[in-house]
Ligand binder design. Structure first.
Ligand SMILES: *Cc1c(COP(=O)(O)O)cnc(C)c1O
Length: 384
């Protein structure tokens, strides 16, 4: 089955057996517990909704199919999913993490999990040969995001996985920015894929959710155990919302790709724009790797304005259709100023070191009519 078909049908198969109602949409099973006819055996396979729920299982089956994995687990947020992966580790273990990682992930690692005896190194390993100097004897996980946020750096997933596998280290890929439509890390050798479903997969700004997808059965059993033991599961209603969003993932991603390309073309020639970051640009450092491992370049675009911080803020505040907001990957175009919003918690000097200037803007190009998006950006640039 091809991607767009899986997105619509896996998990939503109508129950046409005797007594089944034939729904073409997976119902929302709100029941917290499930009755049984015998004391020692759950009659329909379900016991208690934290351990297993039909609506959640439908979403999990769908997510596993989208990522070409065997097992998926849905969590109450992307960060809850990330936390559950880190709980696979033990005190004294080390994680090697890409430096341009999602801010919430960095906060979880350095402000929470560090206190539980895990160690972290943040490094720019956009080249696999750079990994060798950062791994330690106790390294257990290499944590990748690609494209990264907000500079859209590209990591060569296959070569990192090859390196990690030889050393017995698990590779985790946060695939939120690409979505499984554009990139499938498990097929490139990754052990674990994690998503914030809040972004492209849900796609409609109406559910905060996360998931973990794996191939390996032993790993799946450990994650399933943790999902139930820790309890940060996704509610049946949110599972339904995400399943509904997924049905249009393929068409949405096509439009995100197209619209972003138009925005990039417009910005690239504008005299008030200093620099554009987009993996689809031939001048982008990771372009050839992106071309190899992604089927499109996505809807995220970052750019720097000519001018200063105040001008940048004035531009953002003069937009009429594009909303100033955090989050990304949703049908609405969203724009933000990393220095004062998503990355404000990073000290200015550190921001400068990784190339996060005060005139940097990140736009999540939505699926509105391209002409309206371009006109909105154009009128905003005229005001500065
Ligand atoms: C948003 C995001 C997360 C966190 O997900 P939540 O659903 O907000 O908890 C993790 N990684 C990336 C790349 C994200 O964009």
């Amino acid at each position: 089955m091809k991607f767009a078909t899986k997105a619509i049908h896996v998990g939503n198969e109508p129950n046409l057996k005797e007594g089944g109602s034939g729904d073409v949409v997976m119902p929302i099973h709100l029941s917290t517990t499930f009755a049984r006819s015998k004391v020692d055996e759950p009659t329909a396979g379900y016991e208690y909704s934290r351990s297993g729920n039909p609506t959640r299982y439908a979403l999990e089956a769908n997510l596993a199919a989208l990522e070409n994995g065997k097992y998926a687990f849905a969590f109450a947020s992307g960060l809850a999913a990330i936390t559950n992966i880190l709980l696979l580790l033990h005190m004294g273990d080390h994680v090697l993490c890409i430096d341009d990682v999602y801010g919430g992930t960095r906060r979880l690692f350095t402000k929470v999990l560090l206190n539980f005896g895990l160690a972290f190194t943040f490094a720019d390993f956009t080249k696999a040969q750079d990994l060798q100097e950062h791994v330690q004897a106790n390294s257990k996980i290499i944590w990748i995001e690609t494209p990264t946020n907000p500079l859209l750096k590209i990591v060569d997933i296959a070569s990192v996985c090859k390196f990690a596998r030889k050393k017995g280290i698990l590779t985790v890929v946060d695939n939120t920015f690409a979505s499984p439509y554009l990139q499938q890390p498990l097929s490139l050798g990754a052990d674990i894929v994690v998503h914030s479903l809040t972004k492209y997969i849900g796609g409609h700004s109406d559910a905060v959710a996360g998931c973990v997808v794996v191939h390996d059965q032993t790993l799946a059993e450990r994650i399933k155990f943790l999902q139930n033991a820790v309890g940060a599961i996704l509610s049946p209603f949110d599972c339904y919302q995400v399943l509904k969003g997924i049905k249009t993932l393929a068409v949405r991603m096509e439009r995100h790709n197209q619209n972003a390309q138009k925005v990039v073309a417009f910005l690239s020639t504008h005299k008030k724009v200093k620099k554009v970051y987009y993996p689809g640009l031939e001048s982008h450092k990771g372009h050839s790797i992106a071309k190899k491992q992604m089927t499109g370049f996505g809807g995220m675009v970052s750019f720097e304005l000519v001018g200063d911080c105040q001008k940048t803020i004035r531009f953002l505040q003069s937009l009429k259709i594009i909303s100033i907001a955090e989050s990304l990957g949703v049908v609405e175009s969203l724009i933000e100023h990393p220095a004062s919003m998503t990355h404000a918690s990073i000290p200015k000097e550190e921001r400068a070191k990784i190339g996060l200037t005060d005139t940097l803007i990140r736009i999540s190009v939505g699926i509105e009519d391209e002409q309206d998006i371009l006109e909105d950006i154009a009128q905003g640039l005229e005001k500065i």
